[in-house]
Design a protein around this ligand. Sequence first.
Ligand code: HEM
Ligand SMILES: *[C@@H]1O[C@H](CO)[C@@H](O)[C@H](O)[C@H]1NC(C)=O
Ligand SMILES: *[C@@H]1O[C@H](CO)[C@@H](O)[C@H](O)[C@H]1NC(C)=O
Ligand SMILES: *[C@@H]1O[C@H](CO)[C@@H](O)[C@H](O)[C@H]1NC(C)=O
Ligand SMILES: *[C@@H]1O[C@H](CO)[C@@H](O)[C@H](O)[C@H]1NC(C)=O
Ligand SMILES: *[C@@H]1O[C@H](CO)[C@@H](O)[C@H](O)[C@H]1NC(C)=O
Length: 534
Amino acid sequence: MSDTTQSTSLVAQIFSYAGIALSYFNALPIAQRVSIIVLAPFVYHIVWQLLYSLRKDRTPLVFSWIPWVGSAIPYGTQPYVFFEKCNKQYGDIFSFLLLGKIMTVYLGPKGHEFIFNAKLAEVSAEAAYSHLTTPVFGKGVIYDVPNNRLMDQKKFVKGALTKEAFKTYVPLFVEEIVKYLKTSPNFKVNEHDSGKINVMVTQPEMTIFTASRTLLGKEMREKLDTDFAYLYNDLDRGFTPLNFVFPNIPSATNKRRDHAQKTISNTYLELIKKRRSENDIQDRDLIDELMKNSTYKDGTKMTDQEIANLLIGVLMGGQHTSAATSAWTLLHLAERPDVQEELYQEQVKVLDNFNRELSYDALEEMPLLNQTLKEVLRLHHPLHSLFRKVIKDMQVPNTSYVVPKDNYVLVSPGYTHLQEKYFPQPHTLNIHRWDNDSQSSYSVGEEIDYGFGSISKGVSSPYLPFGGGRHRCIGEHYAYCQLLTIFSVFIRHFKFRYEKPNGTVPISDFTSMVTLPTGPAYIIWEKRIPGEQL
Ligand code: HEM
Ligand SMILES: *[C@@H]1O[C@H](CO)[C@@H](O)[C@H](O)[C@H]1NC(C)=O
Ligand SMILES: *[C@@H]1O[C@H](CO)[C@@H](O)[C@H](O)[C@H]1NC(C)=O
Ligand SMILES: *[C@@H]1O[C@H](CO)[C@@H](O)[C@H](O)[C@H]1NC(C)=O
Ligand SMILES: *[C@@H]1O[C@H](CO)[C@@H](O)[C@H](O)[C@H]1NC(C)=O
Ligand SMILES: *[C@@H]1O[C@H](CO)[C@@H](O)[C@H](O)[C@H]1NC(C)=O
C-alpha cells in the first residue's frame, strides 16, 4: 500500500466513525456533550498530527498537546534547548506548530544554505516580518516594499557605511562616549574612581547616542537630551515578538507606538526639508547620503517621508543588536580579567602608550579586540531565529521532503554557533579560536551581488552572525566600528568585575526581540589610574 492510499483510507475511516459518533453524541446528557465540545479541538489536534506524520513528503513533526499554541512555550522560552532536543530526536530538519503556524527548522550549515539562499520565488522575508516592522518603521520601506526596492534601499544606506565615513565617525564616537562617561549618573567618571552599572541601561544608551550622532547628525543627537527621547522608548515597546501575532490590537502600547512613529518621522522629515531649503547637503551622515542618493533603478525617487521611515528602520535594526552585543561583551570581560589584561596590552601597543589618537586606522590594528567581539557574537547571536514565509513549495535537497507553501522556514545560525562539532568547547569564551581566521566574514570565496554590493555567495559557514544571502546585514562594519571604539575607550580606562567575587555572566533571556542577558545585569567599573580625569 502506498503512503497516499494509506492516509486516504485513514481519512475515510475517520469520516465513517464520525457519523456514528454524532448519533451517540446527540443522545448524551448535556454535561457530557459540553466536555466533548471542549475536548474536540484537542482530539482534532492529535488526529491532525497523526495524519501529518504519516506523510513521507513532510518533515517530522514535533508532537504537541495544545491546539494552535503547539510548541510555543518550550520554543519561546528556551529555543536552543528545544532545538537540541528535536535535533537528537528527528535530525536537522523538523517542523513544529507555533501559534497556528507550521515552522520548518533546518539546523546547521546546510540549513543556512537552504534558507538564506532560497530562491526569491520560494520564500519571502517581508511576508514573515512586515506585521512586526511596518508599524514601527512606517510605510514604503524595508519589508513594506517588494524585494527589489529593499535591495536598492540597502544600497542607498551603504553609501553612508563606507571606510571614508567610518574615519569621520570614530572621533564622533569617542566624543559621545567620553561625554556619556562624564555625565551618566552611573559613571560620572570625573567624580568617582569606581561605580556600579546596569549594562542593560548603559549600553543601549551609549548605542543610541553614538548611532544618532553619526547616522542622523548633531541636531537629532541633541534631541535625545530632551523629552524627545521618550518617544524612542515608546517606539521600542512596539517592537516586540508579540506583534508577530497581534500587530494591531488597539492597546495603549500600540497607540503610543503609532504616535511615536509619526512624531519621530515628522521630526526627521523637517530636518530633511530644512537641509534641502538651505541647500545644506554634505557628507556628514546617513541623512545627507539618502538626500543625495535614493533614486531606485527604475528612476522612481524615494519620497522624503520614505527617507524618514528608512532612517527609523536602519536605526532600529542596529540599536538592539549592537546594544545587546555591547552588554554581553562587558559581562564577559567582567568575568575574565585575563582577557581584559590582554586587550589592555594591545591598546598600549597600538596606541603607542596612548600617545596616539584613536582612529579608524588604529582600530584596524587591534585584532584581539576585534576577535573578542567576534567571539561574543558567536556566543550570543542577537537573533536566535530568522524566518521566511514559504510562497512556493520547496523541495528539500537529497530528501523526500517538500516544505509546502504557507509554512514558515526558520534558520538559526545562533544554534550552530554553539555546536561542539564546529566550535570546540562551544560555551567557553576563547578569543584565540579566531587567531588564524580574523578576516571579514563579508565575502569569502565566490561572490554575488543582489543589488547592494558583493557578498559571499555560499552561506554554509557555521558562523553567520550577520546572516547571509539577499537579506544579509549591511551594518556589520558599522557595528564593529562602533563597538571597537566603545571597548577601546573602556579597556584603556577601566577594569570591570562582578560585585560578588565569583560572579558570572547571566543566563540568556530569549523572550525579547534580541537575546539579552537576564537583567538587571550589574557590574563594577574601576579606574585603572585612580583620580584620572577624562
Ligand atoms: C552586532 C550588530 C548586528 C547584528 C548581529 C546584525 C544581524 C543581522 C542579521 C542576522 C540580519 C539578517 C536578517 C535575516 O536574514 O532575516 C541583518 C540584516 C540587516 N541589518 Fe543587521 N545586525 C547588526 C547591526 C546592524 C546595524 C548597525 C545596522 C544598520 C546600520 C543593521 C542593518 C541591517 C539591515 C538594513 C538588514 C537587512 C534586512 C534585510 O535585507 O531583510 N544591522 N542584521
Ligand atoms: C549612489 O550610491 C552607489 C553605491 O554607494 C554608488 O555606486 C552610486 O555612484 C551613487 N550615486 C550617486 C548619484 O551618488
Ligand atoms: C546532496 O547530495 C549530493 C551527493 O551526495 C551532495 O554533493 C550535495 O552536497 C547534497 N546537497 C545537500 C544540500 O545536502
Ligand atoms: C594558528 O596558526 C599557528 C601557525 O600555523 C599555529 O601554531 C596555532 O596553533 C594556530 N592557532 C589556532 C588557535 O588554531
Ligand atoms: C574586525 O573584524 C570584522 C569581522 O571579522 C572585519 O570585518 C573587520 O574588518 C575587522 N576590523 C575592523 C576595524 O572592523
Ligand atoms: C560564591 O557565591 C556563593 C553564593 O553567592 C557563595 O555562597 C560562595 O561562598 C561564593 N564562593 C566564593 C569562593 O566566593
